[in-house]
Design a protein around this ligand. Structure first.
Ligand SMILES: [Zn+2]
Length: 287
């Protein structure tokens, strides 16, 4: 499955029927011959090397505090196992992870990142505990059930009237990397308002025809990227110099030439940014 379809179709992991299952059932799933797991550490570490299967056989005892049931693939149950630390980092390995495994590793990273930071109740401060199968925690004092959090962030592909695409560069990125524009949604703000504000702040450009494109999780540590397309009402840039240090309008010919010459490095193959850039290049971006 390619990434352009992955996040539009029903999820691969079938888990809803199993979410209320008890510990005995979970332990039996874990101990079954078809059980597999992905080992992930907080801060999106992963115990995996390119070329090996992402999911490995289960060979440890079942511990509900660190083994979270992700769901069921056609060939068996899948768990995320939380490690204290891991050698690799999911984001750095993304280009090597097969498309078919991306949803699983994103779910595992999102869940483990959240558990690692949700040890205490945000209301009363008491220690929380994992509720099997691992998709919530509870505070025994309040009592309150806590669920994984997601931070909404907008990302926008901006084109001008000549169908040029605006790409910008953050100072923290590797040399020559450029991408479309993104930022977190602020409190009390709509997604569209966040798009207008971020672009105005970062490159000083006014937008029109802001239109929803699609979404995908980005659990590093816990974002949901909400993609938009927009037309530039003005093309004169005013770079903020902090979040964005450089921006440039690309025609398709200029873009293709810059990529071929190695002057322009694109965002990760599994990112929504890349999907939007590919859509512009292939004339499949709406609007
Ligand atoms: Zn509490």
């Amino acid at each position: 499955m390619n990434d352009s379809k992955l996040w539009l179709l029903p999820g691969q992991l079938d888990s809803h029927a199993d979410r209320t299952a008890g510990l005995d059932w979970l332990a039996a799933q874990w101990a079954g011959p078809k059980a597999r797991m992905v080992a992930v550490a907080p801060d999106s570490g992963i115990e995996w090397s390119a070329g090996l299967p992402l999911l490995s056989r289960v060979d440890q005892p079942y511990d509900p505090d660190s083994c979270f049931y992700l769901g069921r693939l056609p060939d068996g149950p899948v768990f995320a196992r939380m490690l204290p630390q891991a050698q690799g980092e999911v984001r750095e390995l993304l280009d090597d992870i097969p498309s078919g495994d991306i949803q699983i590793v994103f779910a595992a990273a999102a869940l483990v990142n959240w558990h690692s930071q949700a040890g205490f109740c945000p209301v009363c401060g008491n220690a929380t505990k994992v509720e099997p199968p691992g998709w919530s925690r509870s505070c025994p004092v309040c009592p309150r059930e806590l669920f994984p959090r997601t931070d909404p962030a907008v990302i926008v592909a901006i084109r001008d009237r000549d169908n040029r695409l605006l790409l910008g560069r953050q100072p923290v990125w590797p040399p020559r990397r450029m991408s479309v524009f993104a930022g977190f949604v602020e409190a009390g703000e709509s997604l569209e308002q966040a798009v207008h504000r971020e672009v105005a702040e970062e490159v000083g450009i006014k937008l029109e025809s802001v239109c929803y494109f699609g979404s995908q999780p980005w659990p590093f540590p816990r974002s949901l990227m909400l993609g938009f397309t927009a037309r530039a009402r003005t093309t004169q840039q005013q770079i903020d110099g902090e979040e964005i240090e450089y921006a440039r309008w690309f025609s398709k010919a200029e873009f293709t030439q810059a990529v071929a010459a190695g002057e322009l490095l694109l965002p990760n193959a599994h990112s929504i940014a890349r999907r939007m850039i590919n859509g512009w290049l292939g004339d499949t971006l709406p609007l």
